[in-house]
Every structure is written in C-alpha cells, then in structure tokens.
Design a protein around this ligand. Structure first.
Ligand code: MF3
Ligand code: CO
Ligand code: CO
Length: 271
C-alpha cells in the first residue's frame, strides 16, 4: 500500500468529516467541568454524532491484537497518554483531559481530532504542558507544504517540545486518513529535517503529538487492552488536527467555531 492522494471531490468529503469531528468537540466543551464523568462526555459525543448523522470510528474498532474499543471517543486523564476508555469516575478540579473524536460521514470519510480540557483551576505545570503541546502541534503543522518532508514535521515538534524540557512519546504517531481510519504514512513527532516521505498536494494526515512532562516512556495500563499511561506517572498532553497538503502549504481541516485561537506565530489556518 502507499499514500493516497485525495482528488478535489475527496477533499470536499474530508472537509465535511473533519468539520463535523471538530463540532463534536465544540458540543461537549460547555459540559466539561468538575463532577462530569468521562462516560457522560462519551454519551454527549454519541448524542452529537447521532444528530449529525455521523458514526463514531472508535466503537468496535479492533486493530490486530486489540480487543474491540468500547466507546464513541477516547478520554485520557492526567498521566493517561492516549486511548483512555470513558468510565464512571467524576473529573475533579485540577485534572487535565484529552478528548479524541473520530467520526465517519455517510460517504465514508473519516475526520480525526482531539483537544485538551483543563478541569477548573489547574496547576501552572498542567496549564503549561497543555498550552505548549498545542503550540508543538502547530510548529509541526506550519512545516506542511509540497516539497517538505515528514521528517521536517517531526523535527519541528521535537525541537520545540524538548526545548521546553518535555519529552515526546515515540510509540504512537500521526497517520494518513481518508476512507480508512489509519492509512499510510506514519507521521512521527520526532525526527530529522529532510528525511522520510516528501509531501505532495492532496495528501491528508493527522498531526497529534503526545508530550510528557517527565520521561518519554509509556506502558500499558494493563487491564483493558487499550489505556496507555506514562511509566513515571508524569502528566501527558495531546492535541490533534487532520491536515491537507495544498499547492502552496497546508489546510487544517478539523476546524470549527469552537476551535481555539491560533498561536501567535501562526498566521493562517490555510495557506
Ligand atoms: N483517534 C485516535 C487517533 O488519533 C485513535 C483512537 S483508536 C481507539 O488515531 F480505538 F482507541 F479509539
Ligand atoms: Co489520529
Ligand atoms: Co484521534
């Protein structure tokens, strides 16, 4: 298999899927406060997808060696790195949570994105990790243009995040996306400039760095086959967008009314 190049019509399909995926995050946002459980967030996400006429890409998702994923979205709290399964434990003041939503439209296109949420007043360290992980994602996004290489994206993210004293999770990466959830290429969040695949207009992939406040090593939480946590129990954050390579640069596809403002060093969501 190789990297699919999306046609103009494919791109229209992806724009819709990605906007809807972002709107699911908008829909749940006002509800994410101390006392809500991650299961309630999951229910709200499912309710929004039903209203949209989309379906969750994660319910029943079962890559080789995994049990079927049991929920409509992922909720990764504090030292959970990714793939946290919604449960009945209420979120409390000071928690940070990543909510990761992937929808499939009627036409079969996938849109994948995630945001961090701060629950009530959080520590300076937690706020800093979340904000700088958002910036790290954008440092990767602005590398995207024809002729650039995947290694440029990974390098920009790694240089920025490690420069802040954080570490990059190596075991999980961004991915091509289209009529499948995970397509080629893998988009590493570390690397060397000028290496790996050259970017071509029409490629669509996610950029979704997982960044730890402490050491980079992760482990299976153990009992559910999905949840990944930091080995040293340090906080972890993640943000995710789906990005199109355009003729002149990039287009961030997973945007909607509730998307957070761009970091100061970014001038446009599309170039
Ligand atoms: N949305 C995740 C990603 O960004 C994948 C979640 S798979 C699940 O690639 F099964 F854990 F939901
Ligand atoms: Co993804
Ligand atoms: Co995702």
């Amino acid at each position: 298999m190789s990297i699919t190049i999306k046609s103009a019509e494919d791109i229209e399909g992806m724009r819709l899927a990605c906007r809807l995926a972002s709107e699911v995050l908008d829909y749940i946002t006002p509800h994410i406060k101390p006392g809500i459980t991650t299961k309630e967030i999951d229910r709200l996400g499912a309710e929004c997808m039903a209203q949209q006429g989309t379906i969750s890409a994660t319910v029943g998702y079962q890559p080789p060696g995994y049990p079927p994923y049991p929920a409509s979205l992922c909720t990764s709290v504090n030292h959970v790195v990714c793939h946290g399964i919604p449960n009945d434990k209420p979120l409390k003041k000071g928690d940070i949570v990543n909510v990761d939503v992937t929808v499939i439209t009627k036409d079969g296109w996938y849109g994948d994105n995630s945001r961090m949420f701060l629950i009530g007043e959080c520590s300076i360290a937690a706020k800093r990790l979340s904000a700088l992980t958002f910036e790290a994602m954008w440092h990767g996004i602005v590398q995207v243009k024809p002729g650039a290489h995947l290694g440029d994206i990974g390098h920009a993210i790694q240089k920025f995040a490690e420069g802040q004293g954080f570490s990059i999770v190596r075991e999980f990466c961004g991915h091509g996306i289209g009529k499948k959830f995970h397509e080629e290429p893998q988009v590493l969040h570390y690397g060397r400039p000028g290496t790996l695949e050259e970017l071509v207009p029409g490629m669509v992939f996610t950029i979704e760095p997982m960044i730890n406040a402490g050491r980079r090593e992760v482990k299976d939480f153990g009992n559910d086959g999905w949840t990944i946590v930091t080995k040293d129990h340090s906080l972890s954050a993640q943000w995710e967008h789906t990005v199109l390579v355009t003729e002149t640069g990039y287009e961030v596809m997973t945007l909607s009314a509730g998307s957070p403002p761009l970091p100061a060093f970014v001038t446009a969501t599309a170039t």
